[in-house]
Write a protein that binds this ligand. Sequence first.
Ligand code: HEM
Length: 138
Amino acid sequence: MTSSQDSTPFVRIGGQATIDQLVDAFYRQMDRLPEAKTIRAMHADDLTSVGQVLKRYLGEWLGGPKLYSQERGHPRLRMRHMPFRIGEAERDAWMACMSRALEEVVAEAQLRTDLLQSFYKLADWVRNDDGNPHDAHN
Ligand code: HEM
């Protein structure tokens, strides 16, 4: 028997089907949460196409098939977010949506905690407001 430590997060979460549910729940939260108003307004009215991209991205990021980079090349996530002003408030709004989506979709508490930590690192790194310490190294 393999322990959960041996599998990728992609396997632990339940594969692409669960990731698809997570992304759907994430954008539903973005549509609803008052604190997500600002980041919702950065997106197109129709979230279908960005949802499809995020599903592929997360599948790859969690250790599944490399569908995102086959289609779109290197993620260059920071660069792709440069057109939007992302500070601490926007990062926290993004995390609020993701945190609720994880609660809805992922049953295993430890996995939720692990994923939240990884998402936070990425969301903080995507931040592009003045004084982001990450920029000091660029
Ligand atoms: C920190 C706050 C964040 C904000 C405000 C934000 C906002 C956005 C916006 C406005 C877009 C463009 C949507 C469109 O084209 O209509 C986008 C694209 C995207 N975001 Fe974020 N984002 C954030 C963090 C993240 C994080 C943490 C991830 C990954 C876990 C992520 C993954 C993506 C991906 C994969 C795309 C599509 C990129 C592509 O075109 O290939 N974002 N985001």
